[in-house]
Design a protein around this ligand. Structure first.
Ligand code: A3P
Length: 383
């Protein structure tokens, strides 16, 4: 990045000096003409030298319209601003990964959904493919962490944005969806994550219509903690929100929980899973423990890699525990100097909820949790 800026600056200065000597303009026109010509030539120089990338990593709010650009705008399309995740703030880990994702990877793993080997001229960017694997949920479970950790793997490339194709944008069609994906080589798998899929009724059927081979990942977390995390996030955007208890209970003294409140409804994992099992076998769904993802990220990621049929490349040597953040972060990549933690919206301090309300919610969720453990054959120990 700095080399690019340095080269461009040198070129710009060289142009100014050269035109300053050569151009026969009048004194008044001279300065403006020299600047304009120099800028124009520098732009051409930049396009010729770096046809595939932006100079700086930028952050901003991504919109799918970035992906619709073509012609001259394609250069912009490949810039980071079009690939940024929709999660609130882009962190160092996401930004640097997005940049890395613009480089080709040469790996040896073969996954499903493959397309013919790209010709040599195509090696730089590969082809856009529909995802082989989708992180379908759950919101506030740790979905961003799983995506950022798995995309370190050279055989994985992922859409940075939450596409919301199967819940909000289905009418736009599969070609639109494919257009949102990063280019991949035949040996790489394509992924995306949209946590709301897990609780959207139509989604399992729609994904199975796209491909019954799609692998599904669900990051689950104690539904009570998840609900508080969800509420904390909403509160940060809407400060005059009613209290957690007011929203969670229809009648707290009678212990009647409001199941229609989204923050509560999302945690009824067993109910949502039933819907998925109508379209996908259990073996095609992998459940990541949101709790273990924090205490043992390498262990959880080993299981994710096994599930995806990938070589175990993401290991404990990639992680360290960041005391300031209180969460595992990624160690420095070879190419960049900065350690990589998730953004500020991940790992917030939760709103304090009184113990009685928490106990009531634990009682409420217990039968659903037990059913969920039975369905997936694993006890997540949410007590
Ligand atoms: P909190 O902010 O409540 O702590 P999602 O990405 O699905 O929205 O999930 C956000 C949650 O990911 C965070 O919830 C945090 O607990 C969890 N998480 C797991 N691993 C993390 C990590 N390495 N860094 C930050 N947050 C992590």
């Amino acid at each position: 990045r700095y080399l690019k800026i340095f080269l461009l600056s040198c070129f710009l200065m060289a142009c100014v000096l050269l035109f300053g000597r050569l151009l026969p303009f009048s004194h008044r026109l001279r300065g403006t003409s020299i600047c304009l010509l120099s800028l124009f030539l520098s732009y051409l120089f930049y396009c010729a030298l770096f046809p595939d990338g932006a100079i700086m990593q930028t952050s901003g709010d991504p919109t799918p319209s970035c992906h619709r650009a073509d012609g001259a705008k394609r250069r912009l399309q490949k810039s980071l601003s079009c690939l940024l995740p929709s999660d609130a703030r882009l962190s160092a880990v996401e930004a640097s990964r997005l940049k890395a994702d613009q480089r080709p990877h040469f790996a040896h793993h073969t996954a499903g959904n493959g397309t013919p080997s790209p010709p040599m001229s195509n090696l730089k960017f590969g082809n856009k493919k529909l995802p082989n694997a989708i992180i379908v949920g759950v919101k506030k479970g740790g979905t961003r962490a799983v995506l950022e950790f798995i995309r370190i793997h050279p055989d994985v490339r992922a859409a940075g944005t939450e596409t919301h194709f199967f819940d909000r944008n289905y009418d736009r069609g599969l070609d639109w969806y494919r257009g949102l994906m990063p280019r991949t080589l035949e040996s790489q798998i394509t992924m995306e994550k949209t946590p709301s899929y897990f609780v959207t009724k139509e989604t399992p059927h729609r994904i199975s219509t796209m491909s019954q081979d799609t692998k599904l990942i669900v990051v689950v977390r104690d539904p009570v903690t998840r609900a508080i995390s969800d509420y904390t996030q909403t509160l940060s955007k809407t400060p005059d929100l009613p209290s957690f208890q007011d929203l969670a209970f229809r009648n707290q003294s009678l212990g009647i929980v409001d199941m229609s409140w989204n923050a509560i409804r999302i945690g009824l994992y067993a109910l949502h899973l039933e819907n998925w099992l109508r379209y996908f076998p259990l073996a095609q769904i992998h459940f990541v423990s949101g709790e273990r993802l924090i205490t043992d990220p390498a262990g959880e990621m080993a299981r994710v890699q096994d599930f995806l049929g990938l070589k175990r490349i993401v290991t404990d040597k990639h992680f360290y525990f960041n005391r300031t953040k209180g969460f595992p972060c990624l160690k420095k990549p070879e190419s960049s100097g900065s350690p990589r933690c998730l953004g500020k919206s991940k790992g917030r301090t939760h709103v304090q909820i009184d113990r009685d309300a928490i106990e009531q919610l634990r009682d409420f969720y217990r039968p659903y949790n037990v059913k969920f453990y039975e369905m997936v054959g694993h006890d997540f120990k949410w007590e």
